[in-house]
Design a binder for this molecule. Structure first.
Ligand SMILES: [Zn+2]
Length: 157
């Protein structure tokens, strides 16, 4: 899935094992064609090292981000993720059983101090946080999407 200019690494995601899909509601996502057990290494990741936060970037450490528009940048968020990212070693691990056809789902707050954009979550998990921010980020109450989210919550009650 990565360009040939990247150094050869047999742990990089292979074209036949994963697929980037686009959904009207959730946008881009990554589906696996392979089964994984809890603890399995899913893939090694790579990309451009950048110093700003972009829509598909992942934080390596404060001020340093990975911009991978071939694979990991398209992981969708879930409050009950099935993968965990080790950004020091640039590795992705399964946190529970993953079946072929499943989306790879990470918790954005696992890696991100601050999100490119906060958003309402509809992951359906019992532990869903509802409104998703980075782990060191306060809710932006001026965000029009957040105001709409709170309004819908009130209506739902
Ligand atoms: Zn959620």
């Amino acid at each position: 899935m990565y360009p040939e200019t990247y150094t050869d690494n047999s742990l990089y995601p292979k074209q036949e094992d994963f697929e980037i899909v686009q959904d009207d509601k959730t946008g881009f996502g990554v589906i696996t064609h392979k089964d994984f057990s809890r603890g399995d290494l899913v893939a090694a990741i790579h990309g451009e090292i950048i110093h700003d936060i972009r829509q598909h970037s992942l934080q390596i450490k404060p001020g340093v981000h990975l911009y991978d528009i071939h694979f990991s940048g398209y992981f969708l968020h879930s409050c009950a993720p099935n993968i965990r990212l080790d950004m020091k070693r640039m590795l992705v691990f399964a946190t529970r059983k993953i079946k072929a056809g499943d989306y790879l789902l990470m918790d954005y707050a696992q890696t991100e101090d601050v999100l490119y954009k906060q958003f309402p979550c509809s992951c359906g998990s019992k532990r869903c946080r509802g409104w998703i921010t980075g782990k060191k980020q306060a809710i932006d109450e001026t965000d029009s999407q957040y105001q709409e989210f709170m309004l819908n919550k009130v209506v739902a009650v």
